[in-house]
Ligand binder design. Sequence first.
Ligand code: SAH
Length: 247
Amino acid sequence: MSGWIAIAGLGPGDEALVTPEVGAALAAATDVVGYIPYVARVAPRAGLTLHPSDNRVEMDRAALALDLAGAGHRVVVVSSGDPGVFAMAAAVFEAIESGPARWATLDVRVLPGITAMLAAAARAGAPLGHDFCAINLSDNLKPQPIIERRVRLAAEADFAIAFYNPRSRARPDGLAAALAILRDTCADRRPVLFARAVSTPDERLRVVPLPDARADMADMRTIVIVGSSRTRTIPGTRFLYTPRSAA
Ligand code: SAH
């Protein structure tokens, strides 16, 4: 039987948010490869080998998955949320581009999942209802001046901004720097959403005005969504939203 590799998103945490397509790939798999806590979300069963690995070994993980698929295994590489958002799909394609030619002919599919910013936005209302962008505050391969420039330009362009990895070990002060830039650039009281562990039993949502937002309100399980100049809460409700018109 010929092998394949599916790079799949497990969603933000809740089983109900795993797509049926991803469930079917896991049911057909012989091997699951990924970061330890994500592999732990896959139920063990006879005939399925789990290959959990530590953080920051994405290229080794991609090579293992590609070699297994080349040997005829049915491999699911798991990420949380969506695999194309700051996750394993790009790592697998980087490996294919620079690796042995036999990897380029493998049967590779990317199976989308619900990314953290969409799960968090849905819980809060519709803060991403108009133009927005996403910025990863931890990417080791991205120098701090590039991050600061992107944050400033995103604020000047009046995007709502979703910050992934706001308090990573790689860059613990990244969020404090980003918030300082936003306070300088925006100088208003737009809402900031701190959404922690969305769709898990540990979920916690908090909305504060930009001048009151502090980096210690976020940890590694938090996504931070900073509104645009138009984002507001509806008084008397818990809803946060951005109207669809620019002004
Ligand atoms: N591929 C993932 C993102 C991986 S980066 C996705 O599409 O969601 C890891 C970061 O995602 C975390 O630091 C946090 O900012 C965010 N994140 C992942 N799951 C989350 C959840 N359930 N609730 C809040 N933020 C989450």
